[in-house]
Design a protein around this ligand. Structure first.
Ligand code: ATP
Ligand code: MN
Length: 537
């Protein structure tokens, strides 16, 4: 093995002891330099590194597996999102991947996750490309003094150029992301989409924290106001976690993954991974200004004959992204922890234009909607999705949850009750009709509704009850036109609205059948009320 410095960790535990050159713990400038030298990308005019991830520009949930072993066999909720992988096949595939990586250059980085030292885990990331290592450098936390002699808690191996042979290797396709809880290894191959790296560790934490430590792990963003009031924003991809948590009036704790223990909220990560589609300095100034030297732009296009990013160009994918460390946002909280939340927002991008743009939930409704995890997926983040489609994903992140979702919901419900937290459902999606007829709620109005909820201005207004979903809808909200607050007013025909609301409610009820056997009756009773005759099957 050739080493770029003498201080290189022993990688023999991975059988990585071939003739490769190892670059250990390069800093941002060195990684950008290496990426340019290796023709992985080019610099944009703001200094950010722009790369393409190739075949995959989003995660590939069907190709994500968990090794079945003594730890996972009776604990993981196998089925819908957690697919089994054979332990021996894993060992064989690991050997093939490390053999492949032993041929060239590799980038090794020691980092960690969880901004709360009680739950801190060490992570070693071994990547085939310099830019994936830069991604890990930005998204994970940085240890004060990296220790190359340490055998890390977890190791992630990312080899995008390695293609599996499904027949021999036991994968579904040539790309894969496999978690092995016994070996503490995440093995990623055949895909260069960097999001797989961060979501791999997120899945691990979603197992370890609730199962072993009784800490709630959450797919949410978090920010904190001047008075120390924390707010958290749950939501599936594209619903607004990153966008709405970047708020100049509040300090950012984190944009995607957090833990909730007895006394604090803490970020798992050290960076942000923001969408770039239609980004403007006016609408999203903080994200826009973070796209500077060191930031990693993915799958963007430039304006012809320039190195200026054309944020409206979605020629490669709608899921264009930028990764940057948290401190690129001027008002980030470091270390990223906060007091227990006073407000929780469930974000949904309802493509049917049915759910009210802001509504207040009871504890039971909160648990019902948390377990339902409804949204309409916006194109691009997952392979094969090309237009918005209604989806349910428990806890607003079922794809990353190894345990039965009801475990997480119970932890959340207990915390909401114990700390008397207000819970709001925010529809950042369509108004005035479904996708195609209506249009997306303007960001400035969503921001105004959230501000009003946070400041307490929605505590003393009158509310209307939604006829189907039973949600409390405010009749007025500062800086938002009254007529937007009740979705039925925004539709051309209120009767059609009611019909469609009933249809969506049926979809909720059918989806919930999967979870109902594990839930108390008061949660099941928080379901929307549909016309009985329409719910036949
Ligand atoms: P991911 O889990 O993939 O990171 P996310 O929940 O962080 O997703 P964002 O990256 O914030 O989602 O994406 C929301 C997108 O929707 C942004 O591109 C934002 O500009 C756009 N958008 C349009 N209207 C709204 C609105 N009313 N509220 C929030 N976002 C909106
Ligand atoms: Mn995000």
């Amino acid at each position: 093995m050739r080493k770029n410095t003498t201080n290189v960790p022993d990688l023999s535990y991975l059988q990585l002891d071939g003739a490769m050159t190892v670059f250990y713990q390069l800093n941002t400038a060195e990684l950008v330099g290496a990426a340019l030298k290796r023709n992985e990308g080019v610099l944009a005019d703001t200094g950010a590194l722009a790369i393409d991830t190739g075949e995959f520009t989003g995660r590939s949930p069907k190709d994500r597996f968990i090794v079945e072993d003594d730890i996972t066999r009776d604990t993981v909720w196998w089925g819908k999102v957690n697919f089994k992988f054979d332990a021996e096949k894993f060992d064989a595939l690991l050997q093939k991947v490390t053999g492949y990586l032993s041929q060239g250059e590799i980038f090794v980085r020691d980092c960690c996750a969880c901004a709360n030292e009680k739950y801190y885990i060490d992570i070693r990331v071994v990547t085939e490309t310099a830019y994936q290592n830069l991604f890990a450098h930005h998204l994970f936390l940085r240890p004060e003094v990296p220790d190359a002699t340490l055998v890390p808690g977890w190791t992630i191996i990312a080899a995008p150029g390695f293609k599996a042979d499904p027949e021999v290797d036991g994968t579904l396709r040539h790309n894969f992301s496999i978690i092995n809880f016994t070996k503490k290894i995440i093995l990623i191959g055949g895909t260069a989409y960097t999001g797989e790296i961060k979501k791999g560790i997120f899945s691990v934490l979603n197992f370890i924290l609730p199962h072993e430590k009784k800490v709630l792990s959450m797919h949410c963003s978090a920010n904190i106001g001047a008075k120390g009031d924390t707010a958290i924003f749950f939501g599936l991809s594209g619903t607004g976690k990153t966008t709405l948590s970047a708020d100049p009036e509040r300090n950012l704790i984190g944009d995607d993954e957090h833990g909730w223990c007895d006394d604090t909220i803490f970020n798992f990560e050290g960076g942000c991974y923001a969408k770039c589609i239609d980004l403007t300095a006016e609408k999203e100034p903080q994200i826009f200004n973070a796209i500077k030297f060191g930031a990693l732009l993915e799958n963007i296009n430039f304006i012809k004959r320039t190195r200026t990013v054309d944020f409206s160009n979605i020629g490669k994918t709608e899921n264009t992204r930028v990764a940057y460390p948290l401190y690129y946002i001027s008002n980030a909280v470091i270390p990223s922890t906060g007091h227990l939340p006073k407000n929780i927002f469930f974000l949904t991008a309802d493509a049917f234009g049915i759910l009210p743009p802001v509504s207040k939930l009871t504890v039971e409704q909160a648990m019902y909607h948390f377990i339902s995890g409804y949204t309409a997926k916006v194109a691009g983040t997952e392979a094969g999705i090309t237009e918005p489609k209604a989806t349910f994903s428990a806890c607003f992140g079922e794809a990353f949850l190894p345990l039965n979702p009801v475990n997480y919901a119970e932890l959340l419900g207990n915390k909401i009750k114990k700390h008397n937290v207000k819970v709001w459902l925010i529809n950042t999606g369509w108004t005035g009709g479904a996708y195609g007829t209506g249009k997306r709620m303007q960001l400035k109005y969503t921001r105004a509704m959230i501000s009003a909820a946070l400041s307490g201005e929605l505590d003393n207004v009158k509310y209307t009850v939604h006829p189907v979903f039973n949600l409390q809808m405010p009749q007025s909200c500062p800086n938002v036109p009254d007529n937007l607050l009740n979705p039925s007013n925004t539709w051309a025909d209120a009767e059609i609205y009611n019909e469609k609301a009933n249809d969506l409610a049926i979809a909720f009820i059918k989806n919930f059948r999967r979870y109902a056997p594990f839930c108390k009756s008061e949660i099941i009773n928080a379901a929307p009320k549909v016309t009985e005759s329409t719910l036949v099957t």
